[in-house]
Design a protein around this ligand. Structure first.
Ligand code: IZC
Ligand code: ZN
Length: 414
């Protein structure tokens, strides 16, 4: 007897396959009318439309979707999830025209969150982040990537990674951990950046890999932060330890991050607001996914990444929230998806793929999540919407009704 039947689905919309999609494939999704989904334990065992076979009618739990839209759970492939404090003071600075990199160069920005994160206890960070995740879950995020990078020394990077590990074991959202000690050079290494890079490569990376505290390594490749050359050294070392490479590239200045991403076969390059044509070509060649963060452009008042150009070049585009205390304190992937539609001019179908299947591929999970197909995890959303267009049109509201994770209802909004 299956454990779950969802019946009376007005529209089921899903990407399909087990790898990221670019080009015209990014917008090719499957839709079913009058559909049903059957799960057994945590896995999808049947998806169909029309008459439901008798053998499924006796499922332990039957949910009537009442004609609504059902999609796969949302996958947030880029967040700086665990941090102490907030940085609301920087909003006023920005409105007075102080640039993001100037705030950082003056010891604020990331470095101010480093001070708050170092001060916070592991349990304080755990509780604060548990609350954040509960909100994310109600907004439909069922898997979430989490970067370290606010500790910037052995003890505090480890504290962040440990919080992520504990949270992964204690609440419904699956967390995928990324080691990002190369988020900034900490104040105590201001005059010895080589020393800090050595600490990352020779001490932190081997420990993180050996203790399986992260699957990916990320570097902030940006003017005044880490150069393309330094990023290459750190990411190549990470790859030797078996971690996948990610890179914050072309967020403010195009200093070669996206070109490097393609050359080293990075799994994803993130931001890409000012990505040059040779960066797009390199990512297409290297099989790198472009993980775009439209809510960040929106919040910073920046321009928007050339998403359509990337898709046309065959680079698969993922869309993520970038939740962090500085450049986007927004944790709604729904909002990021809406902005992707309005400002990147991506279609609802392209954005659905971006926030499910392509996002899953960007964190190495495309075989298990990101679409509604037999054999995949039963991570599903029932929406307060009749069709896919509606959720892109009604921005600013939480349109998720019911969140199902691993075949179980974990959140019901009204
Ligand atoms: O705390 O400002 N861009 N990292 C790279 C960030 C933004 C997060 C922050
Ligand atoms: Zn980021």
């Amino acid at each position: 007897m299956p454990s779950l039947l969802i019946k009376n689905i007005g529209m089921l919309a899903t990407a399909y396959g087990v790898s990221a999609k670019g080009g015209s494939k990014q917008g090719e999704i499957l839709t079913y009318q009058n559909a049903y989904i059957v799960a057994d334990d945590d896995k999808i065992v049947s998806v169909g439309q029309g008459q439901i076979p008798d053998e499924f009618l006796c499922a332990d739990k039957v949910i009537d979707a009442q004609g609504k839209l059902v999609t796969a759970g949302l996958v947030d492939a880029h967040t700086h999830l665990v941090f102490g404090g907030w940085r609301e003071n920087e909003l006023a600075l920005k409105l007075h025209g102080v640039p993001y990199l100037d705030i950082l160069a003056q010891g604020g920005g990331i470095l101010s969150t480093v001070r708050s994160t170092r001060k916070a206890s592991e349990d304080e960070l755990f509780q604060k982040t548990a609350n954040v995740l509960d909100t994310m879950l109600s907004l439909g995020t069922t898997t979430c990537e989490a970067k370290s990078g606010y500790g910037l020394n052995f003890e505090n990077e480890l504290k962040q990674l440990t919080v992520t590990k504990r949270l992964n074991e204690s609440q419904p959202i699956d967390l995928v951990s990324t080691f990002m000690a190369a988020h900034a050079v900490p104040e105590e290494y201001k005059d010895n950046r080589e020393g800090y890079i050595s600490l990352i490569i020779d001490e932190m990376l081997p420990y993180v890999a050996q203790n399986k505290l992260a699957e990916f390594c990320d570097v902030f490749c940006e003017t005044g932060v880490f150069s393309s050359e330094e990023s290459k050294r750190i990411l190549s070392a990470a790859q030797k330890y078996g971690l996948g490479a990610k890179i914050h590239a072309d967020e403010i200045d195009p200093i070669g991050g996206s070109v490097l991403a393609g050359e080293i076969g990075a799994v994803s390059a993130e931001h890409l607001i000012v990505c040059p044509d040779d960066g797009i070509a390199s990512m297409a060649k290297g099989g790198t996914i472009a993980c775009l963060l439209p809510a960040t452009s929106f919040y910073l008042g920046a321009t928007f990444a050339p998403a359509k150009k990337m898709i046309e070049a065959g680079v698969p585009v993922a869309v993520a929230s970038d939740f962090n205390p500085g450049s986007t304190p927004n944790l709604s992937l729904q909002l990021a998806m809406n902005i992707a539609c309005y400002r990147y001019r991506m279609t609802p179908e392209e954005v659905l793929t971006a926030a499910t299947l392509n996002a899953a591929a960007a964190i190495g999970r495309a075989e298990h999540i990101g679409s509604i197909e037999v054999g995949k995890q039963a991570d599903l959303l029932i929406w307060n919407a009749d069709n896919l267009n509606f959720i892109f049109y009604r921005y600013g509201n939480n349109l998720v009704n019911t969140v199902i994770k691993n075949g179980k209802i974990v959140k019901e909004n009204r």
